[in-house]
Design a protein around this ligand. Structure first.
Ligand code: HAM
Length: 428
C-alpha cells in the first residue's frame, strides 16, 4: 500500500478517463452556449452562512456534509467548501446587482463540489456538476426549457432510458397546509418511525418523504399528497409546465414523493434517473424552482429555476454502455542516433510543436534502438530519426505502423506530419 492515497471519497481522474470526461464538459459548454446560458465561476468556498441559509439548516448537506474550512486566522466555522453551486450563484447575482440586467439572467457553471458524505459507488466527497440557472423568470415555460436542456445533455451523453421524475412541492401559500396534513397523518404512527424520521418530522417534515426506511415508506403510500393541496397559482404553474414539456416531447414520470435534499425549492422539483436504477445515490441530476432563495440573500423577491447534473455518475453510466476509456496516442516522437544529443532532438520537437504538430522528443540517454522501442510502445505513428544528415537538412521519417522509412527534408517535415495528423486523427 503506498504511503499516501487520494483522500477517502475522492479519486484521481487519470488520462484514460479524461477524453470521455472532456467530451461531457464540451457537450455541456456547447449546449449552454446554444441555449444562451453564460458561463460564470464562483469561489469554491464561501461564507458558511451562504449555504446554511441557502441550502437550509436542517438538511443533510448542511447538518452533516459541509466541509468547514479552518483559516489560519482561526475563525473555525466561517467558511465552507461549496456543496453545490446554486447558493453561490444567487449570492453573486445579488452582490453584482444582476437584477438590473435584462431578465432572466441565464448562467452556467461546471466544476467540483464537496460533500462530506459516506462514500459509496457513485457517491464522492469531491464530485463534479454541470449547473444551469435561469434567474428572474417565474415560468413555467422557462422550467420546461431548463428541463429539456438537462434531458438533451443526458441523451447526448449516451445514457439510455433517461427518466424524468417530476413533482410540484407547492409554495409558501399551500405548502404549510400540506405539511400540517402530513404531520397529522404521520403522528398516528410516531411509534413506528425510527429516531431519524421522528427528528425530521419535528424539524423539517417534508424530509420524511425522502426516507429509505422500509416501514416509513410503507406508511407513506397512504399519506396525503402535495398534488391534492396545491393552491390555484401552483396548480396553474404545474399544468403549464406539463403542457410545455409535452410540446417539447420530454416524457414525464410523476413523482409525488419527490422533495429533493435542499430546502430552497418551490413548485417545480425534478430528478433524472436511468430507468431501473433508483435510490438517492443514482440520481444523475436534479433541480427545480427556487422563488424564495434570492430574497434570503437580501435582495427583492426574484424567481429562479435551475438544475445540476452529476458528471461522475453520467460518465460512469456512459462507460457502462461501452463509451469507454481511450488513450490518445502521440503522432510523432523525435529519436536520435547519438544518445547525448538531447538538445537537437528537443529543438526539432519544439519547432514541430510551434508549427502545430503534436510531437515529443525522447530525452533519455539511451541507444537508438531503445528509443525506437519506446516510441512503438507509446503507440506513436512516426519516429523522426535525427542523425548525421541533420547538417544537410534531412531526417529519417519512420512510419512505425507501416514499418517503412524514408528521408525527408526538414523544410517539408511539418507539412508531411500535418497531413498525416489530419488523416489519422491522432492526438487530442
Ligand atoms: P443535487 O440533487 O444535490 O442538486 O445534486 C445534483 C446532482 O449532483 C445529483 O443528481 C448527482 O448526480 C450529483 N451529486 C450530488 N451529490 C453527489 C456525490 N456525493 N457524489 C457524486 N455525485 C453527486 C443540487 O446540487 C442543486 N444545486 C441543483 C439545482 C440547481 N437546483 C436548482 N439549480
Amino acid at each position: 500500500m503506498p504511503k499516501f492515497q487520494a483522500p477517502r471519497g475522492t479519486r484521481d481522474l487519470l488520462p484514460p478517463e479524461m477524453p470521455a470526461w472532456r467530451q461531457l464538459e464540451d457537450n455541456a459548454r456547447r449546449l449552454a452556449a446554444l441555449y444562451g446560458y453564460q458561463p460564470v465561476e464562483t469561489p469554491m468556498f464561501e461564507d458558511s452562512a451562504v449555504f446554511e441559509r441557502g441550502v437550509g439548516e436542517v438538511t443533510d448537506i448542511v447538518e452533516k456534509e459541509l466541509f468547514r474550512v479552518r483559516s489560519p486566522g482561526g475563525d473555525a466555522d466561517r467558511w465552507a467548501l461549496r456543496p453545490e453551486p446554486t447558493a453561490g450563484i444567487c449570492r453573486a447575482y445579488v452582490e453584482h446587482g444582476m437584477h438590473t440586467l435584462p431578465q432572466p439572467v441565464k448562467l452556467t457553471m461546471f466544476g467540483p463540489m464537496f460533500r462530506y458524505d459516506r462514500p459509496q459507488a457513485g457517491r464522492y466527497r469531491q464530485f463534479w456538476q454541470w449547473d444551469v440557472e435561469a434567474i428572474g423568470d417565474a415560468g413555467p415555460a422557462i422550467d420546461a426549457e431548463i428541463i429539456e436542456l438537462a434531458y438533451r445533455f443526458l441523451l447526448e451523453a449516451g445514457v439510455a432510458n433517461v427518466e424524468l421524475h417530476l413533482n410540484s412541492i407547492g409554495d409558501a401559500v399551500c405548502r404549510p397546509q400540506y405539511i400540517r396534513a402530513l404531520m397529522e397523518y404521520l403522528a398516528q404512527f410516531a411509534d413506528q418511525l425510527p429516531e431519524v424520521e421522528r427528528h425530521r418530522l419535528n424539524k423539517n417534515p417534508l424530509r420524511v418523504l425522502d426516507t429509505k426506511h422500509p416501514r416509513t415508506l410503507e406508511l407513506l403510500t397512504e399519506a396525503p399528497r402535495m398534488a391534492d393541496y396545491l393552491c390555484e397559482a401552483c396548480r396553474a404553474h404545474w399544468d403549464g409546465l406539463l403542457e410545455h414539456l409535452t410540446t417539447l416531447s420530454v416524457p414525464v414520470t410523476p413523482a409525488p414523493l419527490l422533495v429533493r435534499g435542499l430546502d430552497y425549492y418551490t413548485r417545480t422539483a425534478f430528478e433524472f434517473y436511468e430507468r431501473g436504477e433508483q435510490g438517492q445515490q443514482s440520481a444523475l441530476g436534479g433541480g427545480g424552482r427556487y422563488d424564495g432563495l434570492i430574497e434570503l440573500f437580501g435582495a427583492k423577491r426574484t424567481p429562479g429555476v435551475g438544475f445540476g447534473v452529476g458528471i461522475d455518475r453520467i460518465a460512469a453510466a456512459a462507460a457502462k454502455r461501452g463509451l469507454s476509456a481511450t488513450t490518445s496516442k502521440p503522432l510523432a516522437i523525435v529519436v536520435g542516433a547519438d544518445p547525448a544529443a538531447t538538445a537537437a532532438r528537443l529543438k526539432l520537437a519544439t519547432e514541430l510543436r510551434a508549427a502545430g504538430v503534436p510531437a515529443s522528443a525522447d530525452l533519455a540517454h539511451r541507444t537508438l534502438s531503445r528509443q525506437l522501442e519506446s516510441a512503438a510502445k507509446a503507440g506513436a505513428h512516426f519516429a523522426i530519426v535525427v542523425g548525421d544528415e541533420l547538417e544537410a537538412g534531412q531526417v529519417q521519417l519512420r512510419d512505425l505502423e507501416a514499418g517503412t522509412q524514408r528521408p525527408v527534408n526538414l523544410a517539408d517535415l511539418a507539412r508531411e506530419l500535418q497531413r498525416a495528423h489530419t488523416s489519422h486523427h491522432h492526438g487530442d
